[in-house]
Design a protein around this ligand. Structure first.
Ligand code: PHE
Length: 369
């Protein structure tokens, strides 16, 4: 009797003091298991006289139910405590950014510009910069396009009134340059041959659809020396497209064309594979026009103050935005200038990822984008 009361107090204390589920289960087994204290006690009932057996059995059953109740209670407490602990440990701050993000992006046009400069820099070219607002002499006349020359109609020019106080005069008006070719003249005015420059910059034409925007970017190239030939032009541009598209081989062809400021003139195509969903450069049977070029027209050399009997050279003009669309698979030119931060995050480049021929033009250690 005393025994049972002692056992109860002892076990209930143990249960209450128990701090983990594993020890609680151990206690349960040590009391209620096959060889548990209570089970052993139950076994002694068989040897008892009837009256004593009835009384003891009753007490043992009450004890059993007390213990079971205490075990259940403690189990609940411990389970809840474990759950709270787990929740605390697994707590996350959902307001934190998903992962560390590179902030700021280089616009694809800027990236392409760096790439082009890296390539031509390695070929010994210098970069020349000139004004967006240009006089007609540099944009047209000196480029063998005198007033009323039909080729002026090839380009949808934006004219700017030269003097706000007088009525608009078409002949005197300035233009926002329709191409970077005016930089051929500006360079010849400043430098004596040998000349080897590229001139990148904004250009403007009144045109607007998926592949044309009123403002776009070109890079002009100009090489002048005593013995510069069409072979140099072809070799130079071939090296350029291979380096630019980061390919060992790339089919190219030159189609005869017309520009007033070059003679002969050509358009350069590169081989590609066009499917409905993809454009693969450097493979397949299709051709893609990528730039205009030619040997500098003697009239242009003269206009730049260079003797065409002594010097000759080549020039080319290539659209930077178009190169960006081709190289990075950007379908719509208009999106370049919408200043949409999501677009820039998708198509832009990591700011510290410099373009170089040795370190990788577009991809430096895989963290380009
Ligand atoms: N200026 C020409 C254009 O805008 C390109 C070009 C440049 C062609 C130099 C020949 C030589 O289309």
């Amino acid at each position: 009797m005393n025994d049972i009361a002692n056992i109860e107090a002892n076990i209930l204390d143990k249960i209450k003091d128990c701090t983990d589920l594993k020890s609680l289960e151990d206690i349960r087994i040590s009391v209620l298991g096959k060889k548990g204290i209570l089970t052993e006690n139950m076994k002694t009932l068989a040897q008892m006289e009837e009256q004593q057996r009835i009384e003891t059995a009753k007490k043992l059953n009450i004890l059993k139910s007390h213990i079971e109740e205490a075990l259940g209670l403690q189990k609940n407490i411990l389970q809840e405590r474990a759950l709270n602990e787990q929740l605390n440990n697994e707590r996350i701050d959902v307001t934190l950014p998903i992962r560390p993000e590179i902030q700021g992006r280089i616009h694809p046009v800027s990236k392409i510009y760096e790439e082009v400069v890296a390539i031509f820099g390695a070929l010994g070219f210098e970069v020349a910069n000139g004004p967006d607002i240009e006089d007609q002499f540099h944009n047209f006349n000196a480029l063998n396009m005198p007033l009323n020359h039909p080729a002026r109609q090839m380009q949808d020019t934006f004219y700017i009134n030269h003097d706000a106080t007088v009525p608009f005069d078409m002949e005197k008006a300035y233009v926002v340059r329709t191409h970077t070719s005016g930089m051929q003249i500006r360079t010849m005015e400043k430098k004596r041959p040998p000349i080897r420059i590229i001139a990148p910059g904004r250009t403007y034409r009144s045109d607007f659809d998926a592949t044309h925007t009123p403002m776009f970017h070109q890079v002009e190239g100009l090489v002048i020396d005593k013995t510069t030939t069409l072979a140099h032009l072809k070799g130079c541009l071939y090296d350029f497209v291979k380096a630019f598209f980061e390919l060992d081989e790339i089919p190219v062809r030159y189609r005869p064309s017309y520009f007033p400021f070059t003679e002969p003139s050509a358009e350069m195509d590169i081989g590609c594979l066009k499917t409905k969903t993809e454009l693969k450069i450097g493979a397949g049977n299709d051709w893609l026009e990528i730039l205009g070029c030619g040997m500098v027209h003697p009239n242009v050399l003269k206009a730049g103050g260079i003797d065409p009997d002594e010097y000759q050279g080549f020039a080319f003009g290539v659209g930077l935005d178009r190169l960006a669309m081709l190289k990075y698979g950007i379908p719509d030119l208009r999106t370049f200038f919408e200043s949409d931060i999501r677009w820039l995050k998708n198509y832009g480049f990591a700011p510290l990822d410099f373009s170089s021929l040795t370190g990788g033009l577009s991809n430096n250690g895989g963290q380009t984008r």
